[in-house]
Design a protein around this ligand. Structure first.
Ligand code: FAD
Ligand code: GLY
Length: 394
């Protein structure tokens, strides 16, 4: 593959947590990387809560995904240490666990069922009585129903993570282009040769990684059938700042409130992220009063002391959802075009594993076994092709 001095060897479309993590790891491997995004870090990554939750995000029928998220959680300590060293700043990574509670008796029974499933997967979950959960987290409502303690579900401050990843990328000479990719250019062989930008300019590159979250279809020049089905799933989080008398949380609290999930994720400074809605409404990002009301009502029923907090922000983001709720990582049928999209509810958690996998792809190394099941070929729309497989850049 051509390696023209001065040109990027890889262009990354999208600078969310996935694109930034890939850019940093691939640049660390010695490649010239350009990342293109009109607003890096301001997509779903900005609205996220920052939970690293392989256990409390494990759902029935998603065993392969649970293996991937557990693997990602295991990579986080080294990823975080490397990032801090490269960026010279931290991402607020904290390894205190998660407490799960129910608002009423039926919520408690539903949580017991989920705990049985999680335990059957070998995940560490300890049942808690109401008293035990309030000993661990005194701010919990006296009327909450104890659920479980999950020692392995941790957290990071996703906005500090964006800042650290940008700094790490800059430290490795990643070029940032503040623009939107509107088309992929392909040479006579059909392979990627560069990208066209919204402002009218073009950039030549022999390889490209689509890390644009949910938004794949708006980029022209990729044949129908070469892209997996990814859709936007709206989510809202609230940011609350602790006042002087506000009770602080030291664990993430996840609850079921009359059947509806809800979470409160504390930050190092005592502030809280409360979430989240999950809405199938296309690319709509409006902040609806009803959703704010529901989140406050439900979180307050678990932790009444949030009354003492200041509501400082309502953020919406679009989760990149796929039909099986798992990400898509691998070569597309277009030579030179790799995919790292569809991370749905776990993109912050999965960033280390996806970044390492894409660095492997671009270097011509095989994908790790744990990532191999998540290629685009599992979706029929992304399999038919007379185009050959990917190309290594090194
Ligand atoms: P994004 O962050 O959406 O980034 C995509 C980027 O691509 C954007 O910056 C966009 O501008 C850019 N882009 C798009 N099209 C183009 C184009 N044509 N040209 C150039 N740039 C383009 N995950 C967790 O692990 N833990 C959590 O606690 C958690 N909580 C969440 C809470 C909410 C409310 C939401 C919405 C999500 C949450 N997630 C969580 C999921 C996580 O945020 C996503 O999986 C993750 O952010 C996806 O990252 P991404 O980089 O693929 O997408
Ligand atoms: N993983 C939490 C969320 O997507 O809301």
């Amino acid at each position: 593959m051509s390696n023209v001095p001065g040109q990027p060897e890889v262009v990354i479309v999208g600078g969310g947590v996935i694109g930034l993590s890939i850019a940093w790891r691939v640049a660390e491997d010695g490649c010239r990387v350009t990342i293109i995004d009109p607003a890096p870090g301001r997509g779903a990554t900005w609205a996220a809560a920052g939970m690293l939750a392989p256990v409390t995000e494990a759902h029935y029928g998603e065993e392969a995904l649970a293996r991937l998220t557990l693997h990602a959680a295991g990579l986080w300590p080294a990823f975080n240490a490397d990032l801090e060293a490269a960026a010279g700043q931290g991402a607020g990574y904290l390894r205190s666990g998660t407490i799960v509670v129910g608002a009423d008796h039926s919520d408690r029974l539903a949580l017991d069922d989920i705990r049985a499933y999680q335990t059957s997967l070998g995940l560490a979950v300890t049942p808690l009585s109401r008293r035990e959960s309030r000993e661990l987290e005194p701010a919990l409502s006296p009327s909450s129903h104890g659920g479980a303690y999950v020692p392995g579900d941790h957290r990071v401050d996703n906005r500090l993570l964006v800042a650290a990843l940008v700094a790490a990328c800059r430290a490795h000479q990643v070029t940032f282009v503040t623009d939107r990719v509107v088309a992929v250019d392909r040479g006579r062989t059909g392979a990627v040769s560069g990208v066209a930008l919204e402002t009218g300019s073009a950039l030549a590159a022999p390889a490209m990684v689509m890390a644009s979250g949910w938004d794949l279809a708006s980029v022209q020049g990729i044949p129908a059938g070469a892209l997996p089905p990814v859709r936007p799933v709206k989510g809202m989080t609230l940011r609350l700042r602790a006042g002087g008398r506000a009770p602080r949380l030291s664990h993430t609290v996840r609850g079921l409130v009359h059947g509806v999930p809800c979470y409160l994720v504390p930050r190092n400074d005592g502030s809280l992220v409360v979430g989240a809605t999950s809405e199938e409404r296309g690319a709509d990002r409006t902040v609806e009063a009803g959703a704010v009301y529901t989140l406050l009502r439900d979180s307050r029923s678990l932790v009444p002391g949030i009354d003492e907090y200041e509501l400082v922000e309502c953020a919406t983001g679009l989760r990149p959802g796929t039909p099986d709720n798992a990400p898509v990582v691998g070569w597309s049928p277009v030579p030179g075009l790799a995919l790292a999209v569809g991370h749905y509810r776990n993109g912050i958690l999965l960033a280390p594993v996806t970044a390492a996998a894409v660095a492997d792809l671009l270097a011509g190394r095989p994908l790790p076994d744990v990532v191999a099941p998540f290629g685009p070929e599992r979706f029929p729309t992304a399999t038919s092709s007379d185009l050959s497989a990917g190309v290594a850049i090194r």
